[in-house]
Design a protein around this ligand. Structure first.
Ligand code: C58
Length: 622
């Protein structure tokens, strides 16, 4: 199944720019059932790409992640000057949204008629500290826990979603191996990333996923020393994996033992932790849509504070791998918390048909919206955004996460003009330096050549995407601009775009400085081994690149550098910076259908509920 968020936005004022910046469908291919939107991949890509894509897709399963929250306290620091030159209000935009289900779909005509959102009043009370980070305390350094932060909360629940498979008395659980491990059945190494092997939770026997049903040796229920040895320098595989064939016939999901009781919270009396539910929120607007998710702007009724709410239909995530990505999303929220340039999570809850992530709200809109109004950015501005994004990416990479969906729409601006990345739904976690993965996913315009070539890839794909995004900021169009191909049906396809990404020499506009041209060439090197940020010195090569010479990286990470542009926000609920294309989309959620719910195994989602305890205690104070 390939998943994609067809989110086209078009601003009639800048149609060419729009066309050029667009091509923004996030896609993911799981297993061999490959379609892009309503197109079968086989008819959409040439054979070579198709075969590679399918090979990649068969290999590994996905994980995903998602969003966070934010806040909107007007901070009177007197730091940023408004620099918006264009005072015009937003125009109508088009969206080619591929709906998560038909019931939530809106038709093309109504999409095209979307207008600007009106201004609304924010009824929040927010503390200064929260406008910086997710938690009310400032961590010693980005990524460090805040005082009183209980990190185990992120893992609660997520663990319980693992399925168990019973064979011959063994109870196998899919597992990711950090060390070299060998299959007790076929003796071969258990290769690859992701949950490539199974481990019996009783006797600890390790086997390939593909071998687990063939295991003859019964489970002794006694601990058998697993064949697991320390990794060595050459530990990474160059051989392809055999496609693991999955059959559900003998898989018996078992109830798992309940998780250990949560350690006491520092902020609350035990048992006083409140859960949220849909009734606690007023749904204000649809603000975004992806293949798996719809994103709403909501207000917590009790505090009148505003959040982004990512809504996922359970029916879309009911197989193992998809559940994995929901887990990954939660894990990445954990990783992302306390980093100034990544959105944070407020809470999670569910209804019979849906999962809800309540995310800190970042109210300055996204870079796509700002680019649509500015056409192209001065180098100084692009440098600032590229540098903050680099810090966010580097932070994720250091923690084993490939972001995989960097694009203008996912770069949000807070009220001061600092960036925050949102949508962890495409992330891959558990990646060590030198590790690679092979899932075909991303947003077409930003997909790195190594993904298209079906190669194994690592963090390099994020630096490529940063190259594409920086090019867009500086040139006002995509480096793979298909605007001129618009009238030729052959050239207006995803296949053609992929061919261009793979083969076309990227032309840098002459108007750009030598340093800007050099940084773009560095990031947009089609060979990941030579790409800026991917060589021996890694991130240091970016830090030391002449284009970033004026950046004071430490100050930047502390949010001590004044952003070049401050979103103009009239009131606390000013929506003028938001993309208008969803304005007329009904904000309600369709009623749960018994027939749909009957097919959902609710046990898969046990433990999804979560409340960020520090945020909640904060709410209690206000
Ligand atoms: C913004 N591109 S996660 C709208 N879309 C989204 N906004 C936010 N998170 C997400 N504060 C999305 C999407 C996700 C996955 C599916 C695709 C869309 C978000 C998170 C936190 C604000 C937004 C544009 C926008 C930015 C700000 C306000 C309104 C719209």
């Amino acid at each position: 199944m390939i998943v994609m968020s067809n989110m086209f936005r078009g601003n009639p004022l800048h149609t060419d720019l729009q066309k050029s910046l667009n091509t923004k469908n996030s896609l993911r291919i799981d297993r061999s059932d490959v379609t892009i939107g309503d197109k079968r991949l086989s008819s959409s890509l040439d054979n070579v790409i198709r075969d590679k894509v399918i090979r990649s897709a068969k290999g590994l399963l996905e994980t995903n992640l998602d969003d966070l929250f934010s806040d909107e306290e007007p901070k009177n620091l007197g730091v940023s000057e408004p620099t918006l030159r264009d005072g015009s209000k937003c125009g109508s935009l088009t969206s080619d949204a591929s709906c998560d289900t038909d019931s939530d779909c809106i038709d093309d005509a109504s999409r095209e008629q979307r207008k600007c959102m009106g201004a609304r009043r924010f009824g929040h009370i927010l503390r200064r500290v929260l406008s910086r980070n997710v938690f009310p305390n400032v961590p010693a350094a980005p990524g460090m826990p805040c005082a009183g932060e209980d990190r185990s909360i992120y893992r609660r629940g997520a663990r319980r979603w693992r399925k168990l498979y019973r064979v011959n008395g063994h109870i196998f659980q899919a597992k990711r191996f950090n060390r070299r491990a060998f299959c007790a059945f076929c003796q071969d190494r258990i290769w690859g990333l992701g949950r490539q092997g199974f481990k019996c939770i009783q006797c600890k026997l390790l086997v390939h996923k593909k071998c687990h049903k063939l295991v003859q040796r019964p489970c002794s229920s006694e601990h058998v020393d697993p064949i697991e040895v320390k990794d060595d320098a050459n530990g990474e595989g160059t051989l392809g994996r055999a496609a693991s064939v999955r059959s559900r016939a003998e898989e018996l999901p078992l109830p798992e033992t309940p998780p250990a009781p949560a350690p006491p919270s520092h902020d609350l009396e035990p048992g006083s932790q409140r859960q949220y539910s849909l009734e606690d929120f007023e749904l204000i607007r649809v603000i975004g849509r992806g293949s798996y998710a719809k994103v709403l702007m909501v207000e917590l009724k009790r505090t009148r504070r505003v959040y982004a709410m990512k809504v996922i239909k359970k029916a879309l995530v009911t197989d193992d791998e998809d559940i994995d990505w929901v887990q990954t999303e939660k894990h990445v929220f954990e990783t992302a918390s306390n980093h100034p340039f990544l959105v944070g999570l407020h809470s999670c809850f569910q209804t019979p048909s849906r999962l809800f992530f309540v995310i800190e709200f970042v109210r300055g809109g996204d870079l796509m919206f700002h680019m649509q109004r500015q056409r192209r950015l001065p180098e100084e501005h692009a440098r600032f955004y590229a540098a903050e994004i680099s810090l966010a990416l580097h932070f994720l990479h250091e923690r084993g996460v490939i972001y995989r969906d960097l694009k203008l729409d996912n770069v949000l601006l807070d009220h001061e003009g600092h960036i925050k990345l949102t949508d962890y739904g495409m992330c891959k976690e558990g990646v060590r330096p030198g590790d690679t993965t092979s899932t075909f996913c991303g947003t077409p315009n930003y997909i790195a050549p190594e993904i298209l070539r079906g190669e194994e890839y690592g963090f390099s794909v994020d630096w490529w995407a940063l190259g594409v995004l920086t090019y867009e900021m500086l040139a006002g169009r995509s480096p793979f601009d298909l605007a001129h191909a618009a009238d030729s049906p052959d050239q207006n396809t995803e296949d053609y775009l992929f061919q261009v990404i793979l083969e076309k020499t990227i032309r840098i506009p002459r108007s750009l400085s030598v340093k800007a041209a050099s940084v773009l060439k560095g990031f947009l090197n089609k060979n990941p081994a030579e790409r800026l940020g991917c060589c021996d010195n890694g991130f240091l090569d970016i830090v030391n690149h002449p284009f970033f010479k004026s950046i004071e990286w430490e100050m930047l990470e502390q949010k001590q550098v004044v952003p070049p542009f401050k979103p103009r926000l009239e009131g606390e609920r000013d929506l003028a910076n938001f993309p208008p294309e969803f304005t007329e989309e009904p904000v309600h959620l369709t009623p749960d259908l018994d027939t749909v719910i009957a097919d959902i195994d609710q046990s898969e989602f046990e433990g999804f509920e979560y409340v960020n305890p520090l945020l909640m205690s904060l709410e209690d104070c206000v």
